[in-house]
Structures are given as C-alpha cells and as structure tokens.
Design a protein. Structure first.
Lengths: 228, 231
C-alpha cells in the first residue's frame, strides 16, 4: 500500500496532498496544472517535499521528521514518462536491459521473453529509439520500467503525447499490465475516458489539493461538474 | 616523397608524443571542469571560468613565463613535485606537454561544457528511477551523450598542443630531442640561411598531421552522432 502525505512549495504553486492507495491501479485525475506530475515526482524521489511522509508497504521512502529521503535509484519505483525518455544512444534491447543491469539483477530470459511478448516489441530490439514510432517508443518505455522489477509503477500521462490511433494501440497493453503483471500502479491523466478503462480507484487533484478520493465513481462526479 | 632527416623525424615524433600526452592528461580535468561549469553554481564559478580561459587571451609568452616561475625547478609547485614525486618539468618534454595542455585546455573545456549543457536532464532522471546511482548516471548517460563534444574538445586541444610555440619555448626552451617540437624546429630552421628546405618539409608535415586529425575527428563525431539517430 502506498501512503502519501506531502507538502511542497514551488514558486506560486503549492502541493499539499494526502492519500492512500491499495494495490491495483490508482488514478490521479485532475486538470493540467493541478500538480499531478509534481506529485508523481515526489513519489519517485525526483522532487523532495518540504514536509511529510511517503511510505510504500513497510518501506519509508521519505519522512521529513526522521530525515529519511531514499534517493530515486534506491526506491525501486518504475516510472513511465509522458515522452518515453528512452536513451537515444542505446538500442531497444539495451534500453530494456538498463534497469536490470543498474540494479545488479541476474539476467532472466524468461521474464524478458514474457515482457517482450506482452508488449509486442520483439521486432524492435536492435533499433535505436530515433527509429521508433511514438507508440512503439511508449511500449518500450513500459517494458523498460517493468524489467527493473519495480514494486510500484508510476505512469504520468503515458498516452498524452500520442494521437487517437496510438492511444487505442497502447491502452490494451496497459490493461494487460494491470491484469497480468500485478504491480500496483499510480496512473496520472486528465482524461476520464482513459481512466475509466484502466483505474480501480481514483484520487482527484485540483489546485494542488486532493478534493475527492474513492472508486471510479469519482470520475462520474467529475463529469457532472464539467457539465455544469 | 619527403626526404626527412633524422633530426626532423625526432622533432615530429616528439611533437606527437607531447601533443598526445598533453591532450589525454588534460581530458579528465577537462571533463570535470566542463561538468562543473555546465551543472553547478558555486562561489567563484566566474573566477574558475575566467582562469580556464586565461591562456586563450594572454600572450603565450606570459603563460610560459608563469609556468616557468611556478613549475620551474625553483618554483613553488615545481620544487614540490620534484622533491616528493620526482616529476621534473623544466627543460624536459614533460614541461612542453604541460605548457601545451594548459594552452589547449580552454579549447577542450568549451565544447565539453556545451555538450553537457545540451543534454536532456530528464534522461538522467529516467536513469535514476531505473536504479542508477549518480556515478552510474554520469557514466552511462551523461558521458555517452556528451561524446560528440568530448571528441571535439580532444581534437581542438590536440591541434593546439601540436602547434603551440610561445608558451613552450618560454617555459622549456628549444632543445633538440627534448623540447624541440615541429613548430620550434621550423622556427630554428628559418633563423639559418640554409634552412628553407627543412622548414618547408616540416611545414608540409604539420599540415598533413593537422588535416588527418580534423578528418579523423569529423568521422568519429559523425559516428557518435549516428548512434543517436541511426541504427
């Protein structure tokens, strides 16, 4: 279980978020500028909060009172960014292998096979990221994050930079991820339709504050607000 | 073909050795300073930046003289290194390499700094989330992505080291077989009535080496660039 209770000031913006999420897919939902990426960056350890605690299962990732702040590379949290962020100087195979090598894990070919099949990226292995389409790049980014064997997966608008056809291409993979891989996920998006397909619970973030949290019914309430 | 005399060969070999040693000893410092200037803000950064670039704007004779009084046998640094490590610079080829390295250093730091500044830091964040500590992020993401800049820096520094004259001759004089580089040898030949032919041969050699270095650098950086875009 992920428990977050953090405060962070960044210029005019302030994030003050508290929520808990069970295993499954927790959607962080809200308009742009709500602080969604700031929130995921604090969970990943890329931004240090001013105050608060972040714990995952038994591990304290951050605690301002006891001055615990695990660096990102020790948090074991996979992060799928909006723009993929594949390493341009490495081919797909080495991109996929990067996390395993950095974490010093033994090579696990059956796991590699499984992820490659899950994401249909077997034909891309020798290519460089520059030669991939947007959808292919995002699938490789998902595979790269999974192969570092994360205990939690953060997805920050993983479909936002893709056109409608590419979104349709990726969404089924994300559903398979939820149903077959079993790693808890925090899924950030401003699109209710996308979240309805993938999320099991929803945290609604507005202006840096959590306004509602609950089941996917929260999304319907948001639609009703938007209608007004 | 050029019919080079043994003395001319000695000057050529010495020049190459001095330029190569100067460049590769300077490289780790060049990377460190380039990284510091690109990434860190600290007290005295402007001063460091100025200090690094000083040899570029100072008269080379001044740089050579400063090296002489600090790294010479009676200079504070030179005496220390000679007494405790047995490293002697004055009137040795090592001194010529030091002078060439100092003169080439600003040319090396600049492209490295620019290359590091242009790296997308979000890639480094991605590497960190994948389990890479800061040192590993630097070794596996920052350095490879800065490679075209590193190559440019190495070539510029090498070219400068190969042609350096003023600081070298001021610091370690013009001793055949020890500190007489191609440039110094050409200068010597132009001072004697019968030296035109020898000077001309060495001029051709200098042009050939510089051109070869430029072509090699172009090919290398093209390959490095292709790694980011091609297969």
């Amino acid at each position: 279980m992920l428990a977050v209770d953090v405060e962070k000031r960044l210029g005019d913006f302030s994030l003050s978020a508290r929520f808990k999420s069970d295993n499954g897919v927790t959607a962080v939902f809200g308009p742009s500028g709500a602080g969604k990426t700031t929130l995921t960056n604090t969970i990943a350890g890329l931004i240090t909060p001013d105050r608060g605690q972040i714990t995952f299962d038994q591990t304290v990732l951050f605690d301002s009172q006891t001055r615990i702040n695990l660096p990102p590379y020790r948090r074991q949290i996979g992060y799928i960014f909006q723009e993929g962020r594949l390493f341009p100087h490495l081919n797909v195979r080495h991109n996929l292998d990067y996390g395993r090598r950095m974490r010093g894990l033994a090579a696990d070919f059956s796991e590699l096979e499984r992820i490659i099949r899950l994401l249909d990226i077997g034909h891309l292995l020798e290519r460089r990221p520059g030669k991939l389409s947007g959808g292919e790049r995002q699938r490789v980014a998902i595979g790269r994050a999974l192969l570092m064997r994360p205990r939690l997966l953060l997805l920050d608008e993983p479909l936002a930079s893709l056109d409608v056809a590419r979104k349709r291409e990726i969404l089924p993979y994300l559903e398979r991820l939820r149903d077959e891989v079993g790693v808890p996920m925090v899924y950030v998006s401003h699109q209710a339709a996308e979240l309805r397909r993938i999320a099991t619970s929803v945290v609604r973030l507005e202006g840096g504050r959590v306004t509602t949290a609950g089941g996917i019914g929260v999304l319907d309430a948001a639609d009703a607000d938007a209608a007004w | 073909m050029l019919d080079l005399s043994p003395d001319e060969w000695i000057a050529i070999r010495l020049s190459l050795r001095i330029a190569i040693v100067a460049t590769f000893v300077a490289l780790p410092f060049g990377i460190a300073v380039g990284w510091l200037l690109a990434r860190k803000s600290f007290w005295g950064k402007t001063l460091l930046d100025g200090l690094v670039h000083l040899p570029l704007v100072l008269p080379p004779v001044v740089t050579g003289y400063l090296l002489l009084i600090s790294f010479g046998r009676r200079g504070p640094i030179g005496a220390f290194l000679a007494d405790y490590f047995g490293i002697v610079f004055s009137f040795r080829w090592t001194g010529a390499a030091l002078a060439c390295g100092v003169m080439g250093f600003p040319l090396m730091v600049r492209p490295i700094r620019l290359a590091i500044e242009s790296i997308d830091r979000r890639l480094e964040e991605a590497a960190a989330t994948l389990g890479a500590s800061r040192v590993w992020v630097f070794a596996t993401v920052t350095l490879p992505l800065a490679l075209p800049g590193l190559i440019a820096g190495v070539v510029l520094c090498f070219a400068k080291a190969l042609g350096e004259f003023g600081a070298t001759i001021t610091f370690v004089a013009n001793i055949p077989g020890e500190t007489q580089t191609i440039s110094a040898a050409i200068y010597t030949f132009t001072q004697v009535p019968s030296g035109d032919a020898a000077a001309g041969r060495l001029v051709l050699v200098a042009i050939a080496i510089s051109l070869a270095a430029l072509i090699a650098a172009e090919a290398l950086s093209r390959r490095a660039g292709m790694r980011f875009h091609g297969e």
